[in-house]
Design a protein around this ligand. Structure first.
Ligand SMILES: Nc1ncnc2c1ncn2[C@@H]1O[C@H](COP(=O)(O)OP(=O)(O)O)[C@@H](O)[C@H]1O
Ligand SMILES: [Mg+2]
Length: 376
């Protein structure tokens, strides 16, 4: 194996890499680019993605529905400049399919929709359902790690408001499993609708008529399937937690170069420390790079020589706007490095287009794995 470069240094001897961060910062992109880069460097890597854009999913050869791991054909990797002696596998974790979406699509009107969404039973359930998806992701991670077929598993995390919300999923779910409402619904799932109290049955049937959503039936089958998993749940939740805390695991925070990201990085770091979880470093994604062009009057006269005056003025304005943004990113980045001086921060610039294919992952990977990526 060649000498590790860039992010590879952080991932040396790591078997589980968890990409966390708030929504839209590039977690899915980073997770896929890390796995692809490690595969190109000789490792058998699997990326477990949560919500890949359709084009990225198809570039990875993933079907619409969650399922099992698929190997990305070596010739496709080769064509994108990601060829190597390793293997890239990808798997889609449970597609985000919350009950909210169900209600939103099926509710007869806005009033009904809001009434259902505000219903306390519904709220408790949908929280548990959302938590369970996150929990399932970690359960799957644990299972694959146990099977030992991959050198490294890279986990994408769900789009949460807060970078670490998903860590609470096992606990949230455990609380719910112990609560009375679950016993109630599991009862109804197993024994049919007959056991449900009359008043509740009526509530659900009114809701069904009003909204078209057969909540009870959906819940019944969900908890029926869920029922067996709930046994021994505490034990498995503990094993998942200990995998997360293992020295073979590392958390990577993906963040934007905005000022708020600094607060987030600090919070993330502190929270990991509190939980005794290993923090690997940060990826600061979509950093706007300074334009190498003249400034002020020089720029005006250079553009004036090339373009007609109105266009020249517009281009000059765009250049200076971009320059201001790039300077802002540079300042936040400097602050970030100052606040967490001992934590590596790898910069990935804003690329000219969306990253939705293997060539895009290769482009992102070039920055992640660049020899100079980690400045200490
Ligand atoms: N460095 C980058 N340059 C340009 N576009 C990017 C970059 N990183 C990510 N993107 C794009 O940003 C969008 C969000 O990225 P994604 O990885 O899906 O974020 P997340 O998983 O955190 O929600 C996608 O359309 C992706 O193609
Ligand atoms: Mg994502």
């Amino acid at each position: 194996m060649s000498r590790p470069t860039g992010i590879e240094k952080l991932l040396h001897h790591k078997e589980v890499v968890i990409c966390a961060g708030s929504g839209g910062v590039g977690k899915t992109t980073a997770a896929a680019a890390i796995a692809a880069g490690l595969a190109a460097r000789g490792r058998t890597a699997a990326v477990l993605t949560i919500d890949p854009a359709r084009r990225l999913a198809s570039a990875l050869g993933l079907p619409e529905l969650a399922g099992e791991e698929r190997r990305v054909p070596p010739e496709r990797l080769e064509a994108a400049g990601l060829g190597g002696s390793g293997e890239l596998w990808a798997m889609m974790l449970d597609a985000k399919r919350t009950f909210d979406e169900l209600v939103e699509t099926h509710a007869a009107d806005e009033q009904t929709r809001d009434a259902v969404l505000a219903n306390p039973i519904y709220r408790e359930l949908s929280n548990a359902v959302a938590g369970s998806q996150e929990y399932m992701a970690m359960e799957k991670l644990h299972q694959l790690h146990q099977e030992g077929r991959y050198d490294v598993l890279v986990l994408d995390t769900p789009p949460t408001r807060n970078a670490l919300d998903f860590l609470d999923a096992p606990r949230r779910l455990a609380r719910f499993v112990d609560s009375r409402s679950l016993a109630f619904f599991r009862g109804s799932g197993r024994a049919g609708l007959g056991l449900v109290g009359r008043g509740t049955g009526l509530l659900f049937s009114v809701m069904k008529r009003a909204t078209g959503v057969d909540l009870l039936q959906d819940l019944g089958s969900f908890f029926h399937a869920f029922g067996d998993m709930a046994e021994g749940f505490g034990e498995r939740a503990r094993r998942v937690e200990s995998l997360l805390a293992d020295s073979r695991t590392t958390f990577v925070l993906v963040s934007s170069p905005r000022a708020a990201a600094i607060e987030e990085a600090k919070f993330f770091h502190r929270k990991l420390e509190e939980e005794g979880l290993p923090f690997g470093g940060m990826i600061v994604n979509r950093v706007r790079e300074p334009i190498r062009a003249a400034t002020g009057e020089r720029l005006d006269s250079e553009l004036g020589g090339l373009l007609e005056p109105r266009l020249a003025r517009r281009v000059a304005r765009t250049v200076s706007e971009h320059r201001a943004l790039a300077e802002r990113d540079e300042r936040s980045l400097a602050q970030l490095r100052q606040r967490l001086p001992r934590k590596p921060a790898i910069v990935v610039p804003e690329l000219p287009g969306d990253v939705h294919d293997l060539a895009g992952l290769e482009a992102v990977g070039r920055h992640l794995f660049a020899d100079a990526a980690i400045r200490r």
